[in-house]
Write a protein that binds this ligand. Sequence first.
Ligand code: E4P
Length: 218
Amino acid sequence: MKIFLDSADLNEIRKVAELGVCDGVTTNPTLIAKSGQDFKTVLKEIVSLIPGPISAEVVSTEHKGMLAEAEVLAKLNDNIVIKLPLTPEGLRACKVLSGQGVRTNVTLCFQAGQALLAAKCGATYISPFIGRLDDVSIDGMTLIRDIRTIYDNYGYETEILAASIRHPRHVIDSALAGADVATCPYKIIAQLYSHPLTDKGLAAFLEDWKQSGQKAIV
Ligand code: E4P
């Protein structure tokens, strides 16, 4: 499964790039606002740090405006993926862009019917927001499983990008459910590699090594 970083914070992006586990980045208008930087400037920085798909979201609400924004954003770099809201206007723009070979990420998906329509419009990625569903007592993972079944039944190539991830278990369960990508906040990536038994085990190994009187390896 691919792991994307869900952030527009350049420090976080640099740290995850160094780890070597990041296949792409997703942003949204809220994350860009939090970065405190100009949208296009921050996108150019992100593409220079991560050599993978970088989702950049339009803010227009009608399809002509979305297409005009998409044209500008797509020109910034070949790795830019145009993020569109799951509205009739967003689907319309998705259909046009996919026809032009522009990659798209259809976002704010909360039910399987929406995901079916996005696939029919040729979306490259569909972003089901599992954490926001869990927040309102609807099982987000059921949505991932339903979309997986529908896409497999009909051979849709749209990739399932599990979004709105709140904890490491969401990543594991998304992988088990067959999601193609999980987009994670920085904190979740750090939680994925952390385990107290790893830290305890390493401390014990190093202490035993020290006590043994072995010579330095290099
Ligand atoms: C995905 O592309 C979104 O940017 C993100 O996952 C939303 O997460 P949130 O519900 O934590 O805001």
